[in-house]
Ligand binder design. Structure first.
Ligand code: KG4
Ligand code: ZN
Length: 336
């Protein structure tokens, strides 16, 4: 019997059915994702009922595929970590029930974990974490600055008061008639345009680490509608570039301020919007000036939803002695 710690991660909180197997907290043996994006595209967003149905159809296939790819048997698995929240309740339930069934059938410890903690721990699959650290979390549902003084400890020092960054990207994309999910399309378009349209930056009160993106989103929509009413045309690439510049300027400025105030050793980027090329480049540039702070940016496959990140946080939770019992339930509003 091997002494390696082998964690299976299961993630079904939104529109990806994902299963991964991670060795000793950092080594990905497999990271299998079945995306449903094509099925939701024609509705312009994720339809919860369709998401649940796809998860039901896919989950056992993805589990089998992951075991095969990793060449791992149930007897090798130390624990099963599953996203218990936040997310869509019907979608979460599929992963939670699959994890419970496997844990019960094979007598394997079960650990419910937080989706955003998972996004943050995607970074540990790239580099060992150094504390204290700050993580900038930018996903479809969350925009947060999280301070960590040690493994498994998460203090939210700022969060969005309205739309999350990814949500703003997706809504602006829809206004520009771009397909769902809009983030990557705006990102691509932004690089073809120039940030010549004046748009607001939402700094909020002095010293606040909170964010707000709904004013910016409305400003983009108004700019477009006003131009239409005047019979003028606006270059979509310029609008995308101007929107992206505003989002990035606020994210990077607040992250830099937090990093200095909290005197951290490391800064992590996390969540689907971390795939944004403009944001990655802007953070790289900003942190080149302060080489004593280690900036970690995960590869694209670990930014958007995946299960390797769930196994990574599961590994730390396991070490800390966290165990869930069979009353584990989906918790769509789970706090980090
Ligand atoms: O973390 P994630 O995969 O799911 C949630 O937990 O929400 O994030 C999805 C979000 C979507 O809003 C998508 O448009 C955005 O991440 N996204 C991007 C990019 N790639 C994905 N936003 C901006 N630029 C990108 N390249
Ligand atoms: Zn996510």
């Amino acid at each position: 019997m091997s002494t390696d710690q082998i964690i299976m991660g299961i993630e079904t909180s939104c529109d990806e059915t994902a299963v991964a197997i991670v060795k000793n907290g950092t080594e990905i043996l497999t990271n299998t994702v079945a995306s449903q994006i094509e099925s939701h595209k024609r509705f312009g967003g994720v339809v919860p009922e369709i998401a649940s149905r796809h998860h039901v159809e896919q989950i056992t296939l993805v589990i089998e595929e992951a075991l095969k790819q990793a060449q791992v048997d149930y007897s090798d698995i130390t624990a099963i970590a599953v996203t218990e929240g936040p997310g869509l309740v019907g979608a979460l339930l599929i992963g939670v029930n699959a994890a419970k069934a496997l844990a019960f059938a094979h007598n394997i410890p079960l650990i419910g974990v937080h989706h955003i903690a998972g996004h943050i721990y995607a970074n540990r699959l790239v580099k060992e974490l150094q504390f204290p650290l700050i993580s900038l979390v930018v996903s479809g549902g969350h925009t947060e600055l999280v301070y960590m003084k040690e493994h498994g400890s998460f203090e939210v020092i700022g969060e969005t008061r309205d739309d999350a960054a990814g949500e703003a990207y997706d809504k602006v994309a829809r206004t520009l008639n771009l397909p769902y999910p809009g983030g990557p399309h705006i990102d691509r378009l932004a690089h073809e345009g120039k940030p010549v349209i004046k748009l607001p930056r939402s700094w909020l009160e002095e010293g606040s680490y909170d964010f707000s993106f709904s004013g910016l989103k409305s400003a983009v929509i108004n700019t477009l509608h006003n131009a239409e009413q005047r019979g003028e045309s606006i270059e979509p690439a310029d609008l995308a570039a101007s929107f992206q510049e505003s989002v990035i300027e606020v994210l990077v400025t607040k992250t830099l301020r937090a990093v200095k105030e909290y005197n951290v050793k490391q800064v992590l980027l996390a969540g689907g919007v971390a795939a944004n090329k403009g944001l990655r480049a802007a953070l790289d540039d900003a942190f080149k000036e302060i080489p004593e702070i280690d900036l970690v940016i995960p590869p694209l496959s670990l930014c958007t939803d995946n299960a390797a990140m769930i196994a990574a946080i599961g590994s730390v939770a396991y070490e800390k002695g966290k165990r869930s019992d069979y009353t584990l339930n989906a918790n769509p509003g789970l706090e980090i």
